[in-house]
Design a protein around this ligand. Structure first.
Ligand code: IPM
Ligand code: MG
Length: 363
């Protein structure tokens, strides 16, 4: 059956990088992928066109799609919107929540050609291959109550901001299973990251992970406090195989892990629900400061297409071909600004996309 793919370019560099990824997607369609694609508006683009970061029409298209490719959302133009529910980021969070995309896979894989591009010593990062499994539809991002309100304090009335960090056992269990299964397919090591020395919610998190471990005797489970995990990621990152953690810790740790690989511009991600319907996006943001200048790295988005083929479209061979094509252009010494260093050739967003396309066509 023909698969449906929704393309949501979004804001900032989003349109430039998705344009390059769509070229590769179309090349896959020419190579036998039975899929059709359509576009939609999200984030600031959705707000500008329809008054909402997740317009009804976009949500309807997203629900009907087998997979979604999203560029990035947000920018200074919308940062001053008083109504927080209209901010671009709410478009992204709304998609995650409405489609129940609870499992966020963020691989931090170092391409050997980029060992020099990392801010860490090559020997610390070479061979790095971590998979961060981040819970994406719960935790403090979505917990109620939340808000900013006037309250009576010792010095009279003042404004108070609050959020709620909450996880139910079933939410912890389902993300735990995804992570254990992932570890089983990889190096069989799972590190669960929490703050169980302070937060009750993560005491429960740890308990549930320990309970699940009995069902996965072939996987070695360890626990780490999030502050230590942040330190270990930059001290000795190769100790990690699969990391599982909640929404906010995962947000932070995945940015840190991304930098180990040379640039956050290299990291794709997949957000899946129980039906393997997925949204695929680069881990980086909309980078409004470099938008429209051809400086953005399209590789994270192109690699997100590979993840889409692997996890939602059942086309692992095409996914491999894309990943090999990316390896080939890196071998050729082509680099966008974020990963360029002396001895390499700096290319624009479009030149990088075209080079991957050429390498893909040859393979
Ligand atoms: C991410 C981003 C988002 C998040 C923002 C844009 C809402 O940082 O996908 O990591 O915090 O989840
Ligand atoms: Mg983030």
């Amino acid at each position: 059956m023909t698969k449906k793919i929704l393309i949501l370019p979004g804001d900032g560099i989003g349109p430039e990088i998705t344009a390059e990824a769509v070229k590769i997607l179309d090349a896959c369609r020419e190579s036998g992928l039975d899929a059709e694609r359509e576009e939609g508006l999200v984030g600031g683009a959705g707000y500008d066109a329809a008054g909402h970061p997740l317009p009804e029409s976009t949500l309807a298209k997203a629900k009907a799609a087998d997979a979604i490719l999203l560029g990035a959302v947000g920018g200074p133009k919308w940062d001053t919107l008083e109504d927080l529910s209209k901010r671009p980021e709410k478009g992204l969070l709304g998609l995650r929540k409405n489609l129940n995309l609870f499992a966020n896979l963020r691989p931090a894989l170092l391409y050997p050609q980029l060992a020099e591009a990392s801010t860490l010593k090559p020997e610390v990062v070479s061979g790095l291959d971590i998979m961060i499994v981040r819970e994406l539809t719960g935790g403090i991002y979505f917990g109620q109550p939340r808000g900013i309100e006037q309250r009576d304090g010792e010095n009279g009335k003042e404004r108070v901001g609050f959020n709620t960090y909450v996880y139910s056992e079933s939410e912890i269990e389902r993300i735990g299973r995804v992570a254990f299964e992932m570890a089983r397919k990889r190096g069989k090591k799972l590190c669960s990251v929490d703050k169980a020395n302070v937060l009750e919610v993560t005491i429960l998190w740890r308990e549930v992970m320990n309970r699940l471990a009995a069902e996965y005797p072939d996987v070695e489970l360890s626990h780490m406090y999030v502050d230590n995990a942040a330190m270990q990621l930059v001290r000795a990152p190769k100790q990690f195989d699969v990391v599982v953690t909640g929404n906010m810790f995962g947000d932070i740790l995945s940015d840190a892990a991304a930098m180990l690989t040379g640039s956050i511009g290299m990291l794709p991600s997949a957000s899946l629900n129980e039906k393997q319907q997925g949204m695929y996006e680069p881990c980086h943001g909309s980078a409004p400061d470099i938008a429209g200048q051809g400086l953005a790295n399209p590789l994270a988005t192109i690699l997100s297409v590979a993840m889409m083929l692997r996890y939602s479209l059942g086309e692992p061979a095409l996914a491999d071909r894309i990943e090999r094509a990316v390896g080939k252009v890196l071998d050729q010494g082509l680099r966008t600004a974020d990963i360029a260093y002396p001895g390499t050739r700096q290319v624009s967003t479009r030149e990088m996309g075209d080079a991957v396309l050429a390498a893909f066509a040859e393979s």
